[in-house]
Design a protein around this ligand. Sequence first.
Ligand code: HEC
Length: 121
Amino acid sequence: MIKTWILSAGLIAGSAFLATAADAPKYTTKEVMKALHKGDDAVAKKVSKGEGTAADFDLLVLYYTALPLNDPPKGDVKSWQEKTVALLDSAKALKAGKAGALDQYKAAVNCKACHSVHKPD
Ligand code: HEC
């Protein structure tokens, strides 16, 4: 009886741990900015010019997946969710080769629109 209880408590704790690990963001927002947005040769610039490759789209999806899971360092969580989910969706659309995906991405990756609300000074 006691053994069963210990076993099931262990299973519950184990699955809670797994769920947390799966939902944990892999990268901080700073890391995402550095990996995709920073510099003249940034992946985001290349993709915005319409020169993105399949490997670039994979990178976008990989890093942008972390953004909605991170808390915004500043500003409203709802606004952060809308902007970061739009960005991730546009990257997925690029990866899937959907029509209009590039325009969707260019609108979503608007640096100023996001920084003015969510980037600390
Ligand atoms: C969806 C929101 C969002 C978009 C879009 C966005 N950024 Fe950011 N960016 C942030 C936030 C938030 C920070 C601050 C991160 C922190 O301090 O933790 C940041 C920080 C940065 C940093 C500083 C990173 C560091 O080393 O501290 C750079 C550089 C940067 N962004 C470049 C860009 C560029 C260039 C674009 C447009 C191509 C862009 N970002 C688009 C949210 C965004």
